[in-house]
Each structure stands twice: as structure tokens, then as C-alpha cells.
Design a protein. Structure first.
Length: 284
């Protein structure tokens, strides 16, 4: 009741002052402020500031006016899927995955680990996603072979086309925009947080999809925030275009696509291992 009383007072204040208006250069949230004269517990009049964000009173306790955030139970240990995640790979089988053309994938599950085999090609989720939070654990081969881009190369693609590079980048120099955690050809990671070959590593990716207009022009670029082994390596990076290989020193620009696409794991000819893959869908 007290809250409603305050709201009524606030509304009166709003009516009396006529002050509130959106201000500043930002469209969202719409901020309104006003002052209400109230009587405090000591019986004294005092001026109290009121403020709404998108029409909701700041510090509003009534759940009908300010809904409580949904309860999500976190995983039992860091990195394990929380209660609202969609588990994409849980160590048992490749259910929910296919080859790129929709046929059965040749990737294998061995000792609870997902791996490509020779010439198996990429593997993709059957279900498609847009903006999301994605957790992927991976390990490059313990037996080091090759160098540069030929050493532990794989990748995780959002919407089937924006590649977060997987590479054995532990004491393995290559072009920065192609090392582990790079958005391939577009953005080097802020730091190299790689573990040694054969050790399990993680990506936690917050991805917001790009938006295209009716002419196929990008009107909102994709953004990536990525933690590699818990270390921030892409900080709300606004992707300047596509990440697909075009030539030695070039990648493709944005090309219009739908609102959703698969999560894809790359077969680059190296037996990179995967485990514990889960996703949470996000609002755009
Ligand atoms: Mg790759």
C-alpha cells in the first residue's frame, strides 16, 4: 500500500510540476525526473526526488510494476550449464548435430569427447540460434604437430559464419587476427590467454547478431564479448564484417542472412577435442 501511496504522490507531483521530459542524447531508457514534497517520519516537509526508467519507478518494490528477474540456478561448478541453458553436447552422442548438408555427421564421441575425423567436414547444430551466450570447452592435440595456422586449428562459428578462432596459440606465433580467440580476420584477442596443448580451455561468448535492412545492408553490426579461460579477450567488439576466408589478406564483408543460424564447429584437419557445450538464447 505504501508503494501505491508513493506512486499516487509522485503522479500528483508529476501533474503539478509538469517538469518531466526525456533528456540527453540517448533514446533509451526514457528517463523522467521530478520532485515531490513529502512529510517525513518527524512530521517535517521535505523534497524527495523521483525518477522513472522506461516508465518504471527506480527502486520499485511491487513485482507487478517491476517484475523480478527469473531465477536461474547456476551450474554446480563454474562452466557447467545453468538451469536455463540448452545443452548442445553433454559427452554422450551427436544428437542435435549434423553435417553441413544435413546428413549424419562423421564426428565421433570417444571418452565423452567430441572430435572430427579425417575429412569429416564441419559439424553444425540442427537447431538455429540468433543472439546468445555460448559456452564451449576445447583442447588442441597434446602431441604438437605443425605450426602457425596448421597447429590445432578449429573454430566455433556463430550463425554458421562468424568464426571465433580455435588454435593452439601456446608459444605458436601466427597472424594476430587468426590466433585463438580472434574473430577471424577482423579482431585479434586483447591478450593471449592460451593454455598448453592438450589442456582443456574454454570460451564464454556473448554474441548479439547483426541486423540487415530490406536491401541487405547491415544496419546493426554483430557484437562479441568473449572470455577465454575466464579472461576477457573481446570487449563488446563490434564486428566490422564477415569472417569467412576470402584470400590471403582478405575476408568477406557482411552478407545478409536470416535471424538465426547454427552453431558450427570447424574441421580444419586437426583433431581438436570438444566437451561441455551449452547455449542460452538472448534478446537482440
Ligand atoms: Mg579456424
Amino acid at each position: 500500500m505504501k508503494v501505491r501511496y508513493l506512486i499516487a504522490l509522485a503522479a500528483i507531483g508529476l501533474f503539478l510540476t509538469g517538469i518531466p521530459a526525456a533528456y540527453g542524447q540517448f533514446d533509451s531508457p526514457v528517463i523522467k525526473e521530478w520532485v515531490v514534497t513529502e512529510v517525513n517520519d518527524q512530521g517535517e516537509e521535505e523534497e524527495v526526488d523521483y525518477m522513472t526508467l522506461d516508465g518504471v519507478l527506480v527502486h520499485e518494490s511491487d513485482p507487478e510494476l517491476a517484475p523480478q528477474p527469473p531465477i536461474v540456478t547456476p551450474g554446480s561448478i563454474p562452466g557447467m550449464p545453468p538451469s536455463d541453458a540448452i545443452v548442445l553436447f553433454n559427452g554422450k552422442n551427436t544428437d542435435g548435430w549434423s553435417a553441413e548438408d544435413g546428413s549424419t555427421s562423421q564426428w565421433i564421441v570417444k571418452n565423452a569427447v567430441l572430435q572430427p575425423v579425417e575429412d569429416s567436414g564441419t559439424i553444425r547444430t540442427v537447431k538455429e540460434f540468433g543472439s546468445c551466450q555460448l559456452h564451449v570447452e576445447w583442447a588442441t592435440p597434446a602431441n604438437v604437430e605443425g605450426d602457425g595456422q596448421g597447429r590445432g586449428n578449429s573454430g566455433v562459428f556463430l550463425m554458421g559464419q562468424y568464426e571465433v578462432q580455435i588454435l593452439d596459440s601456446y608459444e605458436n606465433t601466427t597472424y594476430p587476427d587468426g590466433q585463438a580467440g580472434a574473430l577471424y580476420g577482423r579482431s585479434a584477442p586483447l591478450v593471449n590467454a592460451s593454455r598448453k596443448p592438450g589442456e582443456w580451455q574454454s570460451f564464454d561468448i556473448i554474441f548479439h547478431r547483426p541486423v540487415f535492412d530490406e536491401n541487405g545492408e547491415v544496419v546493426k553490426r554483430a557484437t562479441f564479448t568473449i572470455f577465454h579461460n575466464g579472461v576477457l579477450i573481446q570487449d563488446h567488439l563490434e564486428l566490422s564484417g564477415g569472417t569467412l576466408w576470402k584470400s590471403k589478406h582478405s575476408v568477406f564483408p557482411y552478407e545478409a542472412h536470416g535471424d538465426r543460424g547454427p552453431v558450427v564447429l570447424q574441421d580444419h584437419g586437426n583433431p581438436v577435442s570438444f566437451r561441455n557445450i551449452w547455449i542460452r538464447e538472448l534478446e537482440d
